[in-house]
Design a protein around this ligand. Structure first.
Ligand SMILES: *Cc1c(COP(=O)(O)O)cnc(C)c1O
Length: 366
């Protein structure tokens, strides 16, 4: 049997991305959040085909580095369609972004506000609010954000520094399963807008961030449920603003499938193990980041009716490389069989290394 070399997993794992599913996910997002402008969180999957597909479908892009800006402008994205939501940047990152025409920067400290005023004078700044996020599957661990009073102070000071006090953003934590998580941040935003208005500052934009869930091995609440909570919160703002969102995972996760190869099976006192040429360090890092709570749907291509439980682990000698436990697969699984790992389009290939000399996955668009 001849194998298409593009999808031949003998030379390493392959991540297949379906452009049609990305477009469908963007359509679903737009239907769930009418009037909200999506800026895809670039870090989630930076394959040029993914970026081009989203650009052609009319999405904007949220970036965290000048390198991402270069990739995007190289793919034909205009600077007006970018927002820079990483609240602390090296000076030269801000300067180079501004030189490339990016003019919207998030901040969550007075220190950064001053640096933006110096490196990108006159640009628009939006304050990053702290938000719970503890309940999301991949939490953001409280790294970023100011409280409401801090946001008011930052946006007032922005005006003093000759910047445009542009808006407010928050990020509820990735793979959030509770639509009500949008409620409190939007109430906080309404309060901040009121306080600023009394001080003579009118904002133009509210950015509801990312964190919207994708389906892994279990169904998740529909995006429309998040959309309804957002719409209610936005309707209660003291005056109308432009509304942005920064979806990442929910646009690309379900479009991706890993194909990897079983390189050996072993029966040990702890059970049956299948070793594959894909593991935590070659794309499945989020298994560790989520403390084992993210469960990818996994099938094998042998398809034997008789099933057996396997622990699945990568090719390296590192014991942290195990990415699934107690997965039912063909009882006679053997060397050379393939595993298909679904919902693998987000936060996978971008984390992959060459650890232990094993190649990272090849990403292909279909
Ligand atoms: C990572 C990130 C996102 C995207 O999060 P998802 O969970 O993939 O939707 C959005 N905004 C910011 C600021 C981020 O850091």
């Amino acid at each position: 049997m001849t194998v298409d070399p593009i999808v031949d997993t003998r030379t390493g794992p392959v991540l297949q991305m379906r452009a049609d599913r990305i477009v469908a996910a963007l359509d679903t997002f737009r239907a769930a959040f009418p009037g909200v402008r999506p800026f895809y969180a670039t870090k989630c999957n930076t394959h040029p085909g993914v970026l081009r597909t989203l650009h052609d479908a009319g999405s904007g892009f949220e970036v965290a580095s000048f390198q991402e800006i270069e990739t995007l402008t190289g793919a034909g994205v205009r600077a007006e369609d970018l927002i820079f939501s990483n609240p602390v940047r090296a000076r030269e990152q801000t300067a180079r972004a501004a030189a490339a025409g990016v003019h919207r920067f998030s901040v969550d400290s007075v220190e950064e506000l001053h640096r933006v005023a110096e490196e990108a004078p006159g640009s628009r700044v939006y304050a990053r609010l702290i938000s719970g996020g503890q309940d999301s599957v991949v939490p953001s661990e409280g790294k970023f954000g100011v409280d409401a009073t801090g946001a008011v102070r930052l946006l007032l000071e922005a005006r003093e520094l000759g910047l445009v006090p542009y808006g407010i953003t928050f990020h509820m934590g990735s793979q959030m399963l509770d639509p009500a998580a949008l409620q409190q941040p939007l109430r906080d935003v309404a309060g901040i807008m009121d306080r600023l208005l009394r001080a003579g500052v009118r904002l133009e934009m509210v950015d509801i961030g990312g964190g919207f869930p994708a389906a892994y091995d279990e169904p998740v609440p529909p995006l429309a449920a998040f959309g309804r909570v957002a719409a209610a919160g936005l309707a209660d703002l003291p005056y109308p603003v432009e509304v942005f969102a920064e979806p990442g995972r929910c646009l690309v996760a379900e479009a991706g499938t890993f194909r990897c190869r079983v390189i050996g099976v072993a029966e040990r006192p702890s059970g049956w193990w299948a070793h594959t040429n894909l593991g935590v360090f070659h794309g499945l890092m989020e298994v560790l980041e989520s403390g084992g709570h993210l469960h990818y749907p996994i099938h094998d291509t042998r398809g034997t009716r008789l099933r057996r439980c396997y622990h699945l682990t990568g090719p390296t000698c590192d014991s942290q490389d195990t990415f699934a436990r107690d997965v039912l697969l063909s009882a006679d699984l053997r060397e050379g069989d393939e595993l298909l790992i679904g919902s693998a389009g987000a936060y996978t290939s971008v984390y992959a290394s060459r650890f232990n000399g094993f190649p990272p996955p090849r990403v292909i668009m279909i």
